[in-house]
Design a protein around this ligand. Structure first.
Ligand code: DCP
Ligand code: CA
Length: 428
């Protein structure tokens, strides 16, 4: 490395914090239409046209993202490619190039780390930065955000939007307010001047069921939530409601878990070799569900969530294939992980491809979420229904601790096994 470059890096690089840190000032950086932007960067002929990433219209599979042009046609992530093809027949459809996006993600995170002592990646294209001790060095949060956005644009050719707030949740809402290629700095002494008029649905983690409860209470906007008396919130939504109210008022600090504290190389999973090779999709899915169940049980026990699902298949000819998908939100939810595993299976294997000797699944990019984010990561874990589900998982886990692994099986797995006529084949 050239000496002047090394010196520049040394000047720029902020000393690393190695422990989770509470901070009073958080930046949330989120890439714009991430997969589509990388595709446009690599093929400028796509610019200005509706670009849909995921595959060809009419084929199996879903849209992973669409650029802002394509969103005007109503296309969004998760939509089937068949429906996308009907809504936007003249769009440009590109297949997903996972490896390329992972590489850009690594480069983006490296840039973020130059600007903050503590960076917590939240998904493939977003991160929280602790900026309490460094924003002033760049002339305050506004200049600071402009500097990072410029560097990402100039070095990687893609754009990022940034929000700054007193905690993760407020910063995340802020980063979405001026998308794409924008920034929003919340005034620390009055975050509600910006957030107040927004719908409570803009709060990450507030889904349909929490919205319904709030709506029953006459609460529709963030300001109404913030102004609701603590006791009323406690009565209707318990500790979660109280925390939500304080977070949104900017009264709760966040803990940023830096990259070094994550166990990115760690994964939890299980695999199974069949007594007889299997060519039936339902049998594979039933086994997959059991493996996911086991893996997520360990994750719950150790309080991990993860953002990467890896499926492994070995054919009767001993050909091993692994396929992985980066999740949008960290999770330990068996249903989510199973659904992703199922779509990975469908992407790499069909019954006509021949029989399978081994199937395995693991969840990677594991980490333990900061306390204030626990339960806010996913709608599923924060709503009253989610609390019940979480309680259900824990109760099942306890029963298994006492009576053994097979005391309770997932009903779905049992049903699939029954359909495949292979209940006996998976009993131990
Ligand atoms: N992604 C995916 N499947 C989904 C959602 C997202 O594979 N159901 C991938 C593709 C996205 C990337 O994750 O490009 C980041 O997801 P975001 O929700 O941040 O969406 P984008 O970055 O595409 O758009 P935005 O500008 O709204 O952030
Ligand atoms: Ca994004």
């Amino acid at each position: 490395m050239r000496p002047e470059l090394r010196q520049r890096l040394q000047d720029e690089v902020v000393p690393r914090e190695r422990k989770p840190q509470k901070t009073k000032l958080v930046a949330h950086a989120d890439m714009d239409a991430f997969f589509a932007s990388v595709e446009e960067r690599d093929n400028p002929a796509l610019r200005g046209k509706p670009v849909i990433v995921g595959g060809q219209p009419g084929t199996r599979g879903v849209v992973t993202t669409a650029n802002y042009e394509a969103r005007k046609y109503g296309i969004h992530a998760g939509m089937s490619l068949t429906k996308a093809g009907l809504l936007c027949p003249n769009g440009i459809y590109v297949r997903t190039h996972g490896g390329k996006y992972s590489w850009v993600s690594i480069q983006v995170m490296a840039i973020f780390r130059k600007y903050s002592p503590s960076v917590e990646p939240a998904s493939i294209d977003e991160a929280y930065l602790d900026i309490a001790s460094c924003a002033d060095r760049w002339g305050g949060p506004g200049r600071y955000a402009e500097t990072i956005r410029r560097e990402v644009r100039q070095t990687l050719g893609v754009t990022v939007s940034i929000g700054v707030g007193p905690n993760k949740i407020t910063a995340k809402i802020a980063s979405g307010l001026n998308k794409p290629d924008g920034q929003t700095i919340l005034p620390l002494d009055n975050v509600l001047s910006v957030l107040g008029p927004l719908s409570v649905r803009e709060i990450p983690g507030v889904g349909a069921s929490t919205e319904e409860v709030l709506s029953d209470m006459g609460i529709h906007t963030i300001r109404e939530l913030a102004d609701c008396p603590v006791r009323v919130m406690q009565n209707r939504l318990g500790k979660y409601g109280e925390a939500l109210r304080r977070i949104i008022r900017g009264e709760i600090e966040s803990e940023i878990t830096p990259l070094e504290e994550r166990v990115d190389d760690k994964s939890m999973g299980h695999e199974h070799t069949f007594h007889e090779d299997v060519q039936n999709r339902d049998t594979l899915l039933a086994r997959l569900l059991q493996l996911v169940d086991k893996a997520t049980r360990r994750m719950r026990r150790d309080k991990y969530v993860g953002t990467l699902v890896i499926l492994k298949l070995r054919s009767s000819q001993f050909r091993t294939r692994t396929h992985q998908r980066q999740l949008h939100h960290p999770t330990s939810d068996p249903f989510t992980i199973f659904r992703v595993g199922q779509s990975l299976l469908d992407e790499i294997w069909r019954e006509e491809d021949g029989s399978v000797r081994l199937i395995g699944v693991s969840v990677g990019h594991l980490f333990r979420p900061g306390e204030e984010c626990q339960g806010l990561q996913e709608d599923m874990f924060e709503t009253p229904k989610a609390e019940r589900l979480n309680g259900l998982f824990s109760a099942v886990d306890r029963l298994r601790d006492i009576y053994g692994e097979h005391v309770l099986e997932f009903a779905g797995g049992m049903e699939m096994l029954r359909r495949a006529g292979s209940i006996e084949s998976v009993k131990h």
